[in-house]
Design a protein around this ligand. Sequence first.
Ligand SMILES: [Zn+2]
Ligand SMILES: [Zn+2]
Length: 168
Amino acid sequence: MSGKHGAPKHQNKYAWKPKAGHKINETEVGGKFRPYSEITGVCPRCKEQIDWKRRYGKYKPLAEPAKCQQCSKRAVRQAYHNLCPGCAKEQNVCAKCRCRVNRIVGRDSSEVEAEQKSLDEAIKNARERDRRTLLRAAKVRFWDKMTHQDMEETSQHASLLVVAKRPL
Ligand SMILES: [Zn+2]
Ligand SMILES: [Zn+2]
């Protein structure tokens, strides 16, 4: 025991920063290699709230799909959402605060899927010279949208790579 008196034991030397001093695991959700999924199906105000949580390290991604408060199906795949995309769309409300809104952030997953399909087609039809550019774009989009929940769907996207490797 030194018996020293003086400065309080737990004085803050630095302003508090979220996750300061933590070594960030870039392969975790929110890390460099697994960016957060796009926030979709909510009103701009709720998107802002969820964004805020992400920025300040308070965001807790869903470990498994949550129950929709409307249809009770386990179809809610985005953290902090109360409604599944189907119910939210049917009622034309924000999936989080359930307010009626004219503007919903982000696109519907079916739209995204359709876009993915047309991209697949484009790659199939593209000449080798153009293929790499398209594939690169596709990969970027893929990782953009990747979430821990989407990991299972990776096989769908693998078709892109198969197409690309196929000789002409
Ligand atoms: Zn529902
Ligand atoms: Zn909202």
